[in-house]
Design a protein around this ligand. Structure first.
Ligand code: CA
Length: 244
């Protein structure tokens, strides 16, 4: 079984009743939640706790939500931020978008909608821009043109692999996908990314194609394809390749 790590949501909200309601519902939905009642604590927790998503109120004591957002964006362009605002006016929305907010919800909000938006943003944060231009010197595990993981050994010149399935010749497409996985070792890659990287945007293959390749990779390289050690699934994201 794969360990499912809980996604972390930092909620910066001064109204205790709302904050507690959000905390409870996010916890029930499987998130790890931390509350900060003001911007100073919010920024402290953001640095120390490294959340996957920040839910940010605008009207806060001491430092307002926009200033918090600005500070965060100076150091981190990627962490998703969902703004909660009592003010439904479009000026706030525009200002938020200019400061790099990812989503905006006016209070009072529908709980189901809130949870859906949180889910979407957290998934987004789990996606990295994959490294596609693989060059050998960046990958110290390469010896010459060979790459080893576990008991597997792949030769990227001859496309030969010595693996669980024996001695096989990989296809060009399989080699391309393997290189993408190696270049992004330890990072989750979405099916769409793998599809685009391996087949290109104009291709009419579907994300099922990626799944079919993963079935093959597991047959080739995993001792137990049903309990993969190297090519793992990431629920609702895609796949992650890693090894020691
Ligand atoms: Ca408030």
């Amino acid at each position: 079984m794969e360990a499912t790590e809980k996604k972390r949501v930092l909620v910066i909200e001064d109204e205790a009743r709302i904050a507690e309601g959000i905390r409870l519902n996010l916890a029930l939905a499987g998130y790890e939640v931390s509350l900060a009642p003001d911007g100073i604590e919010g920024l402290e927790q953001w640095r120390a706790w490294q959340p996957d998503l920040i839910v940010l109120d605008i009207m806060l004591p001491m430092i307002d939500g926009f200033s918090i957002l600005k500070t965060i964006r100076q150091e981190d362009e990627k962490i998703p931020v969902l703004i909660l605002s009592a003010r439904g006016d479009t000026k706030d929305k525009v200002k938020g978008l200019r400061y790099g907010v990812d989503d905006y919800l006016a209070k009072p909000f529908d709980l189901e909608e809130f949870l859906l938006r949180v889910e979407r943003l957290v998934q987004k944060s789990a996606w990295y821009e994959p490294v596609l231009n693989y060059t050998k010197p960046d990958y110290p595990l390469f010896e010459g043109d060979h790459y080893r993981f576990g008991d597997n050994h792949v030769d990227f010149v001859t496309f030969k692999a010595w693996c669980v399935a024996g001695e096989i010749i990989l296809t060009e497409q399989e080699i391309t996908l393997l290189k993408i996985f190696i270049a992004n070792r330890g990072r989750p890659l979405s099916r769409e990314m793998l599809l685009n990287a391996g087949w290109g945007y104009s291709s009419d293959t579907s994300t099922r194609t990626v799944d079919n390749f993963m079935v093959r990779f597991r047959k080739y390289f995993e001792k137990n394809p049903k309990d993969p050690q190297f090519f793992k699934s990431r629920r609702s994201v895609g796949y992650i390749f890693d090894h020691t």
